[in-house]
Design a protein around this ligand. Sequence first.
Ligand code: SF4
Length: 422
Amino acid sequence: MRYPKKLTVLQMSFLALAAVLNIAGANLALLIRIPLYLDTLGTFLAAILFGPFYGMVPGFLSGILTGMTTDIYSLFYLPVQLLTGLTAGLFFYEKSFRNGKYRIPLYAFVVTLPGTIVSSCITAFLFGGITSSGSTVMVQLFHHLGLNLTVSVFCVQLVTDFIDRTVMLALSLTVLHVLPVSVLTVLKKETVLMDRYSKITNKNKREIVLLKALPCAWGKCRFCDYIEDNSRDRESMITLNRDVLSHVTGEFGVLEVINSGSCFELPKETLTDIRTVVREKHIQKLFFEAHWIYRSRLDEMREFFGIPIVYKTGAETFDYHFREHYLNKHADFRDAEELSRYFDSPCLMVGIQGQTKEMIQNDIRLLKQFFKLGTINVFTNNSTDVKRDEELVKWFLEEYRELEHDPSIEVLYENTDFGVGD
Ligand code: SF4
């Protein structure tokens, strides 16, 4: 996951607004003296949109300003604000909650716990259990009923923090849901630019865009966790893809379009947008990627775009057993020759535990024999149970060093070597 390094003026203004939201919420809670804090709406919004680092900014600003104006206690609770922004950013940055809203209390609990531990210590040891918050009454009540002060503070703090964070998280998600997609896209522009558009200038010069698409029709490859980039939210997908495509200049006359899955899973509107870019920017050749299951439909795209298309496909290996029975690729071509009847450029993976040197040697030999182009991905560990074989990777890098200068084969040492993705 990569976070924005530099913010636009609009993004900085949004962080200032988020701090104001925190201050307004904190003052409202003080005014009506409820046992909640209501001071993290801006923190959650910033954390979800911009990640953990910027998630801490609104809480820092609002803590200082509130502490210097209406509630001195806020200054002492600054670490809690920072911790909330940090954990919210680590857990929620760029996550889609559309299918998991019922888990909001669970998410809220995860974010609450570290902050509760810190704020309980501050309340118990620094203030003896008495602060400006409405929850102080409950702490004193439990304490007078015989409960140890620290335990009283922690119990009350945990319950009130949890309810408070659940309300604030739900509210921030509602705000993000009702904000127009175009506003969200502009707000996240820096991230979009950083992750989804790039130029490949060493071999086969081209521009490359990583677009969002509908879920991969197969979706069960054992090593794959990048289908997390899939979406069912057509409207936001189309808007985001349009924004990414707007960066294409046509300077090489060649454009590669990738998505987490096959080009056939791109929304129709995005395909039309790509065609517009192709025409306006004088693109003469496209690179697309498609799974083996689409092999009989490849000409549909050629007719739609009216220019040559180089079709890549994730073959992973020509070893049938490893591909089908271990990697679960669902691409049951028997040999490289059969694959070459449909596709122009296979993508192979090397360095997986269970692979052998002989398998890799055979794969590269067949790649060169049957295809003019190919990509080799050096496997990097991800969230799946498929693991990298460090010894094998070391051997491959030494044995096939000359591939660096082979114009027909691109070797990706990291998933992000094309400059897109994370
Ligand atoms: S076909 Fe591609 S996107 Fe779909 S599950 Fe396999 S690796 Fe993932």
